[in-house]
Write a protein of this length. Structure first.
Length: 255
C-alpha cells in the first residue's frame, strides 16, 4: 500500500545527501536557534530541495520540516523531514550526520529513507516490507541489556538545567547495567545503526517526532519496537525495552 512512495523517498534522501556532503565542516553561515543550537546555510538549502521535490511530486501531501515547520493542507499523508540531522557534527566535519525523510499516514510512519552521505549509506523501509541498507535486508542484533551498546540523546540544546539533570539521572541508573553508553548526536545515525545491528538501544528524553520518525520505522521493520515510558522514548528489541524499563528514572520526571 505504501511501497509505491519508497523509490521517491530513497532518491530524494540520496539527492539531498549528495548536496550537503561536500560542505561538511564548512557549512556556511550559521544562525543561532537557541543557547546550544544553530541552523546552517546548508540546512536551509537541503530543506528547500526536499520541500520543492515533494511539492512537485505530491502537491496534496502535507510537509513538516524541522526548520520550516508545517506546510500544506489537510491531506492525511505528511512528509516529516530533518534536512541535516546532526547539524553540530556536520558543521565541525564529524561524519555522523544524515538526511532523514519519513512519510506518515495519520501520524504513523509508513515510509522512511535515511542517507548517511559521509559513508555512502542509504537506509530505507516501508511498513510491512522490511528494512534495507543499500538494497540489502538488515535486522537488529539479538542481545541482552548487559550486552547492549546503548545511545542516549544529547543534552538539552536550550541549556535547560532540569532536563539535563534528567539525562544525568538516566546515566546514573543505567550505566552499570549495559555494556557501553554513547552519545552520538544524531537520531538518524543512531536508529539506522540499531536497525543494522551496530547499536542495540536508543533512549530519548521527550524526543522531537521529526528526529525519530524515519528511524523508528527502520528499527521496527528490522525487528525492533518503540515504547514511551514516562518522559522517555525507548527504541530497541522489545526484550531489551522490557529489561531497561525498571531502570528509567520516571519518578523524577516533570510534566
Amino acid at each position: 500500500m505504501y511501497k509505491q512512495y519508497l523509490p521517491f523517498a530513497i532518491k530524494l534522501a540520496k539527492e539531498a545527501g549528495e548536496l550537503i556532503r561536500p560542505y561538511a565542516g564548512q557549512a556556511g553561515q550559521q544562525t543561532l536557534k537557541s543557547a546550544k543550537d544553530f541552523v546552517t546555510e546548508m540546512d536551509l538549502k537541503a530543506e528547500k530541495l526536499i520541500i520543492d521535490r515533494i511539492q512537485e511530486t505530491y502537491p496534496d501531501h502535507r510537509i513538516f520540516s524541522e526548520e520550516a515547520g508545517s506546510i500544506g493542507g489537510k491531506d492525511e499523508f505528511e512528509w516529516v523531514i530533518d534536512p541535516i540531522d546532526g547539524t553540530i557534527n556536520y558543521s565541525f566535519g564529524v561524519p555522523l550526520y544524515g538526511v532523514s525523510i519519513a512519510l506518515t499516514y495519520q501520524n504513523d510512519p509508513v515510509v522512511s529513507a535515511i542517507s548517511l552521505p559521509a559513508f555512502g549509506e542509504t537506509y530505507w523501509a516501508a511498513k510491512g516490507e522490511g528494512a534495507y541498507l543499500n538494497g540489502n535486508a538488515i535486522n537488529i542484533r539479538n542481545a541482552s541489556l548487559a550486552e547492549a551498546f546503548i545511545s542516549i540523546g544529547d543534552f538539552a540544546k536550550d541549556a535547560n538545567k532540569q532536563t539535563n539533570k534528567e539525562r544525568i539521572s538516566l546515566l546514573e541508573n543505567i550505566v552499570n547495567d549495559v555494556y557501553r553508553v554513547r552519545m552520538i548526536g544524531t537520531a538518524a545515525v543512531t536508529l539506522a545503526y540499531i536497525a543494522c545491528g551496530k547499536l542495540d538501544i536508543a533512549v530519548y528524553y521527550k524526543p522531537n517526532f521529526y528526529d525519530i520518525a524515519a528511524g523508528q520505522l527502520l528499527v521496527c521493520e528490522a525487528g525492533g519496537a518503540i515504547q514511551t515510558i514516562g518522559n522517555y522514548t525507548v527504541i530497541a528489541e522489545q526484550k531489551i525495552i522490557d529489561e531497561i524499563a525498571p531502570l528509567l528514572p520516571v519518578q523524577h520526571t516533570t510534566a
